[in-house]
Design a protein around this ligand. Structure first.
Ligand SMILES: [Zn+2]
Ligand SMILES: [Zn+2]
Length: 270
């Protein structure tokens, strides 16, 4: 479970490749198709690079092993025949179903992060960004990463839609779910003015998630909780998708300017 130094170095290398790819694709798109005019490098940019690598390591170091252990411990909850049915599905079908079921779990845990005061204090770190771009996706308290990812994925592991790594071999549909979820998370934060017409009702887009970060009126953040499928918000009456983009992002409460203060934010008196 404990990563060797060599594995940590390998993971950092992998994260660096991801970072450069995302910077090239999404950073490039933001330069060409910006929704809000960039005023140069925003002050928290370097912090968010730190969150990118720190939380990326944490995901591999803590969330993945925790998932494997809890999936084994909780597998008795679901009949073996249901797990076997899920495992027998074609990879693409299992990945798609996994993304959808995982997003339903994420919807509820994300909604709880907003509505339970003790959980909001952790999630406030993510929402404290006043300028949105692709890298803001990485800006999250480590507890939020472990808690939300664990809940969203453990459901899939228990149902057989995703599987723990076995003898060094990762399951393809699990990798697809991880990769699609992470890449989509970065995409929906991107500062791009693209709109996708009727497709926006089918799949989350930057406009969908930008409205989740809006700070223009009371209760503005109480919608668009899903990560990928707006249909889930529609079913639970929390969808808000006008044809404009928000002008203001962030939160009203004070957030510490330094990372150590942000990490301690949930534990301070408010
Ligand atoms: Zn949120
Ligand atoms: Zn966000």
């Amino acid at each position: 479970m404990i990563m060797s130094l060599q594995n940590v170095a390998l993971e950092l290398l992998r994260l660096s490749v991801w970072f450069l790819l995302l910077l090239l694709l999404l950073g490039g798109a933001e330069m060409l198709f910006a929704a809000h005019k960039s005023k140069g490098l925003r002050p928290a940019y370097w912090q968010d690079i730190g969150y990118f690598f720190g939380n990326g390591l944490l995901f591999k170091l803590a969330v993945v092993p925790l998932l494997s252990i809890s999936a084994l411990a909780l597998s008795f909850l679901v009949p073996g025949s249901l797990q076997n049915w899920a495992i027998s599905l074609p990879v693409s079908m299992r990945a798609l179903l996994g993304l959808f079921v995982g997003d339903i779990a994420y919807y509820f845990v994300h909604r709880a992060m907003h509505q339970v005061p003790g959980l909001w204090r952790f999630h406030a770190v993510h929402h404290s960004a006043v300028v949105l771009d692709w890298l803001v996706s990485a800006r999250a308290h480590p507890f939020e990463i472990v808690f939300t990812r664990w809940i969203s994925f453990v459901v899939l592991y228990v149902l057989g839609l995703a599987r723990p790594q076995e003898s060094g071999m990762a399951d393809l549909s699990t990798l697809l779910i991880f990769a699609a979820g992470i890449v989509w998370g970065f995409f929906v934060h991107a500062n791009v003015r693209w709109r996708f017409g009727p497709l926006e009702w089918l799949i989350a887009t930057p406009a969908f998630h930008h409205w989740h970060h809006a700070n223009e009126a009371e209760g503005q953040r109480d919608h668009n909780y899903a990560a990928m499928f707006p249909l889930i918000d529609r079913v639970f009456s929390t969808l808000h998708l006008p044809y404009t983009l928000p002008k203001r992002y962030g939160i009203d409460e004070a957030m510490e300017a330094d990372v150590s203060g942000q990490l301690m934010h949930p534990f301070k008196r408010h």
